[in-house]
Design a protein around this ligand. Structure first.
Ligand code: ADP
Ligand code: MG
Length: 543
């Protein structure tokens, strides 16, 4: 038997880091600025416990683009490094000073540190022929040093001149990456990843600005306490995220610290009546660094249409910060979000029913979709899901409908018969006739309702849905004819585009139960469906 340890050939590791570790080259800026933020936060921590003495000065980060010299420089006023620390933290690939710091200062706001893997710094070589570090430690009498490396395993370290505490990283941009020697390009990358980082970041391009403003908001609403925030603050933050959108219906401030750490604000947008695809998605952050807006798995599918921000250092990100599927933490976060949203809806329903009813047009879609796809949500939503009367004037929960209709509207199996209309105008005569008999007719006329009915019948097993223009309305005896309406591709795509996968029940066929036998099954329903879709499209536009 033979035992040993694997040796790594440093010559080979650089090309791997450069080429394969990060597929998205833009992230070099995210990584270097994250390090600058970490350096600043560490200095603050050390100062707060008395390890760093004296005035800290203005703590800011500068990103300077020098097109003539083909360099990008990232400067911070953080804790800096001594020569020994450069040896330890920079020259050892995959040794994370961030992790070491977090372990050493446990309990002293370790949650603010972004770094983790000890690899981020090397992303600089994806875009650089040569990288220089000029750094001066906060420690008394520390000598400033310059480190230089051209991406080969050989580096150079020497004493240098540097007035201020902190670190400058100078990137000599390589030929293939000259796209980054462009102000707009850098600004857009900064805006994407750094817009809510906690240390002010200034971009310095060609023009010297008189009153330079940081590119970031260091105190985004989600990191503040809910008790400090007014409705206007939440709305302003929404505007900051999505400048062209209308005021959201309401929002949920997430704030969890056990068993995982998660903050964020989720907004319920107004849903356009034509179900136009929303491109403004929920954004995922880790310690205020933008990670992605592909939040599938973390956010329950039926809430994918929500907007806002989720921030969690506990979302298990790999080196390239795409998240891991099937991770138990991800599942927990997902469940928690579902629960929070259900609780919030329940709270609004109980405390502000009128406003809840007014928003039902938009809300109904989330609620119904959630009820169809998530049994835990269904359990809670049963209490606040609403049926709207055919003329739109009244709203009933299932229980309220049951109480009001039970005596008259029972079929011979003893099930509660819910009478619904898919078109209050066209079916007006039937509605009037049913109401004259004392029945209550509700409106189920949105895109999702056909499959909602289909899904809910088995889930609410003592309920039967009956369309108002079926002849059984006369005596509420349940006839068993089913006619099928097959959603055509267009309609299916439209619905699918709202959610990432097809709502169950829509994939195959949608059944409309109890249609009169004379009606030709497909032809009778399909044009009606199409007309409804067109009506909805015509109603759209700004609401
Ligand atoms: P990580 O951030 O995951 O620890 P990096 O490769 O990004 O790994 O950085 C390695 C280490 O180098 C950091 O943990 C830190 O100790 C040190 N370092 C990098 N940039 C700076 C900086 N601007 N100021 C001070 N130290 C830094
Ligand atoms: Mg880092």
């Amino acid at each position: 038997m033979q035992k040993g340890s694997i040796r790594v050939q440093t010559e080979n590791i650089f090309p791997i880091i450069k080429k394969f570790l990060y597929s998205d080259h833009d992230i070099f800026l995210r990584e270097l600025i994250s390090n600058a933020v970490d350096a600043t936060q560490k200095l603050k921590t050390l100062s707060s416990i008395g390890e760093a003495k004296g005035e800290l000065g203005e703590l800011k980060i500068e990103v300077k683009l020098d097109i003539d010299n083909k360099t990008i420089t990232i400067s911070d006023r953080g804790l800096g490094m001594t020569a020994d620390e450069v040896e330890k933290y920079i020259n050892q690939v995959a040794f994370s000073g961030a992790e070491e710091f977090v372990n050493k200062y446990k309990g002293q706001n370790e949650n603010n540190i972004i770094g983790k893997f000890g690899l981020g710094f090397y992303s600089a070589f994806m875009v650089s022929d040569k990288v220089e570090i000029f750094t001066k430690s906060f420690r008394d009498g520390a000598k400033p040093v310059r480190w230089e490396c051209d991406g080969s395993p050989e580096y150079m370290l020497e004493e240098t001149e540097k007035e201020q505490r902190g670190t400058d990283i100078v990137l000599h941009i390589n030929e293939e990456s000259k796209e980054f020697l462009d102000e707009l390009r850098i600004e857009s990358v900064l805006k994407r990843f750094c817009r809510f980082l906690p240390v002010p970041i200034f971009f310095i391009g060609k023009e010297i600005e008189e009153d330079p403003q940081p590119i970031n908001n260091t105190q985004p609403a989600w990191v503040r306490k809910p008790s400090e925030l007014t409705a206007e603050d939440y709305q302003n933050f929404y505007k900051e995220l999505y400048p062209y959108n209308e005021t959201p219906l309401f929002w949920i401030h997430l704030n969890v610290d056990y068993p995982f750490n998660l903050t964020g604000i989720l907004y319920f947008p107004k849903i356009k009546q034509n179900y136009e695809i929303q491109k403004d998605k929920i954004q995922l952050y880790a310690n205020q660094v933008f990670v992605t807006d592909e939040v599938k798995d973390i956010v329950p599918e039926f809430l994918m249409l929500l907007q806002g921000v989720i921030d969690s250092p506990d979302i298990p990100l790999n080196v390239s910060r795409s998240y891991l599927q099937g991770d138990p933490n991800v599942k927990k976060i997902n469940n928690h979000i579902t629960k929070k949203v259900a609780d919030k809806l329940d709270e609004i329903f109980r405390n502000e029913r009128t406003s809840f009813e007014e928003k039902w047009d938009s809300l109904g879609l989330f609620v119904k979709y959630g009820m169809m796809t998530d049994d835990k949500f269904l359990e809670k939503a049963n209490k606040f899901h609403l049926f709207q009367s055919a003329d739109g004037s009244k709203f009933y929960t299932l229980e309220e409908y049951r109480l009001a209709a039970e005596t008259l509207q029972k079929n011979k199996e003893g099930k509660l018969v819910i009478l619904y209309t898919t078109d209050p105008v066209q079916q007006d005569a039937y509605i009037k006739a049913a109401e004259a008999k004392g029945y209550i007719v509700v409106k189920l006329d949105t895109l999702i309702d056909a499959s909602f009915i289909n899904q809910m019948e088995p889930k609410w097993n003592d309920v039967h849905f009956n369309r108002v223009d079926s002849d059984i309305t006369d005596n509420l005896i349940d006839k068993q004819e089913n006619t099928e309406m097959v959603l055509n591709e267009d309609d299916q795509t439209k619905l699918k585009s709202l959610f990432s996968i097809t709502p169950p029940g829509l994939q195959v066929t949608v059944e409309l139960k109890g249609l009169s036998p004379e009606a030709p099954p497909v032809l009778a329903t399909r044009p009606e469906f199409m007309r409804r879709m067109k009506d909805m499209a015509a109603m759209s536009g700004p609401m």
